[in-house]
Design a protein around this ligand. Structure first.
Ligand code: SF4
Ligand code: F3S
Length: 106
């Protein structure tokens, strides 16, 4: 399965949701997640993210392991999103900033 990781927080560009053939993205206030049971591992979303926040579970960067559980948990709670929308207003400013996990709104 593919996983949305920390750099999506406070950016939420949403380019990823347009390409997903099974519409398995779910949207929170400042982050998106992938439903691990619905993702078919097509890899189409990975190159679409301007923040490079999407990785295969097998190739997660060090320190991003917590996002496996966060994706699984929040995909059960948040509503589905299948159409692109505007990024969050300060997306460019937040892109690449470390320590965004503490900003995650649930
Ligand atoms: Fe959707 Fe494919 Fe990305 Fe999985 S890997 S979330 S199925 S676009
Ligand atoms: Fe987030 Fe990247 Fe999608 S910033 S909303 S994972 S395009």
């Amino acid at each position: 399965t593919f996983v949305v990781t920390e750099n999506c927080i406070q950016c939420k560009y949403t380019d990823c949701v347009e390409v997903c053939p099974v519409d398995c993205f779910y949207e929170g206030p400042n982050f998106l997640v992938i439903h691990p049971d619905e993702c078919i591992d097509c890899a189409l979303c990975e190159p679409e993210c301007p923040a490079e926040a999407i990785f295969s579970e097998d190739e997660l960067p060090d320190g991003q392991e917590a996002f496996i559980e966060i994706n699984a948990e929040m995909a059960e709670v948040w509503p589905n999103i299948a159409e692109r929308k505007d990024p969050l207003p300060d997306a460019e400013e937040w892109d690449g900033k470390p320590g965004k996990l503490e900003k995650l709104e649930r």
